[in-house]
Design a protein around this ligand. Structure first.
Ligand code: ADP
Length: 392
């Protein structure tokens, strides 16, 4: 059965098509700058990769070209072979604790929740509607980044603000990256050979979060009402004293919208270093002796250590820790900095084993009290699996 896994941004469409249940990747690709000048797309089939510049007026045009490419490359003969299309949705609020079919009612709820993730949810709806037009016979599903975190108890998801903010405005922690944390946890359980485990999963990319997972169930996560909570990220500040916000709004006469932009797009690694939001540039800055890059890396790493330590206590110990996503999979230095900061837990880094990028691998020595792994994430396969199950 052919299943399409889709991730729509406001100007992008990323996709992967699988033969299920074999989980074989048939084709993948990315449409970029949709609705803008210089739009193009890239297609990848096994070792073959090509790009084309083409006018992508909207997401519907992108889906039409996608279908043409599927036919041209003999992935499908007829449209009816595509049985399911699964969409990634960032915010599902407390409505959704699992993947569901994208009915009108479901899409209306995703729209209602757009106030919590304006760019993402609106873009996803555009993608859902475009896919429905171009591939009308396929079962459309929606896979929520927040669903995995719905098992978190009130003690961990509530904020100590007036309770009515929760009952009347749904202010609480929802988390994000749930599909990724769930995948990483399932890989760790497969590696450990059991499911009664205590795990700490670190999804550290340009957005970053840590989750505490007991017996496959999420008990806490570092992102909050929105993704701007917890860790220091590429451009997001993560946890700060809320008074900083009101103090600076008054001092510099900053509007709520502008403050939102500053805290989400001009803070984090970029804000501290003044150089870049990208870990690679921060590492280059450090090698050139840039003091603010050194400071940015120290702060970034410290926050991850703090969360791992906190979740170690919440879980009452830990059986394995994993690093994933752009930084977690690729930054040899960041992983070492974090593991060295965790020596008090008896963690012993294996410096040689850690000298890799993007590979599932144990990176601690055999006498380390807690094993630490690199686990490359795979959100697309999770979307495909859920969609396949709903198609059945
Ligand atoms: P997202 O999916 O949230 O956009 P990714 O998980 O793809 O983010 O992570 C992107 C980030 O990964 C980049 O901004 C960069 O900081 C980091 N990254 C990628 N490759 C490397 C590398 N070789 N060394 C250090 N950091 C890297």
């Amino acid at each position: 059965m052919k299943i399409l896994s889709v991730n729509c941004g406001s100007s992008s469409l990323k996709f992967k098509m699988y033969e299920m249940p074999e989980e074989k990747v048939l084709i993948s690709g990315l449409f970029e700058r949709i609705g803008e000048k210089g739009s193009e797309y890239t297609i990848k089939i096994d070792d073959l990769k090509y790009s084309k510049e083409v006018d992508l007026k909207n997401h519907k045009v992108a889906f039409e070209i996608l279908v043409e490419e599927l036919k041209k490359n003999a992935i499908i003969k007829n449209l009816s072979e595509i049985k399911g299309v699964g969409h990634r949705i960032v915010q599902g609020g407390d409505y959704f604790d699992k993947t569901v079919v994208a009915t009108d009612d479901v899409v209306a709820k995703i729209d209602e929740l757009a106030t919590l993730a304006p760019l993402h949810n609106k873009a996803a709806i555009t993608g859902i509607n475009a896919a429905k037009e171009v591939i009308p016979k396929a079962v459309e599903t929606v896979v929520f980044d927040t669903a995995f975190h719905q098992t978190i108890e009130p003690v961990n998801f509530l904020y100590a603000v007036p309770y009515e903010w929760y009952t009347d405005y749904k202010v609480r922690k929802y988390g994000a990256h749930g599909t990724s944390h769930k995948y990483i946890a399932s890989r760790l359980n497969a590696i450990l050979g059991r499911t009664n485990t205590k795990l700490i999963t670190c999804h550290i990319g340009s957005g970053a979060s840590v989750s505490a997972i007991r017996d496959g169930i999420c008990i806490d996560t570092s992102m909050g009402l929105t993704p701007n909570a917890g860790l220091i990220m590429g451009t997001r500040c993560g946890d700060i004293d809320t008074s900083v916000v009101t103090y600076m709004m008054r001092k510099k006469n900053i509007s709520a919208d502008d403050m939102d932009t500053i805290l989400n797009k001009q803070s984090g690694l970029l804000g501290i270093s003044g150089v870049s939001n990208d870990s690679r540039d921060i590492e280059e800055g450090i090698s050139k002796g840039n003091e603010r890059c050194v400071l940015a890396q120290k702060m970034y790493v410290q926050k991850i250590i703090d969360y791992i330590a906190m979740y170690y206590f919440e879980l009452g110990g830990v059986d394995a820790i994993a690093f994933s996503a752009g930084v977690g999979e690729n930054s040899i230095r960041t992983r070492i900095d974090i593991m060295e900061g965790l020596k008090v837990l008896g963690i012993v880094p294996d410096y040689e084993a850690n000298n890799v990028r993007g590979e599932e691998k144990l990176i601690t020595t055999s006498d380390s009290k807690v094993p630490v792994y690199i686990v490359p994430t795979d959100e697309e396969i999770m979307i495909a699996r859920d969609t396949y199950n709903l198609c059945n």
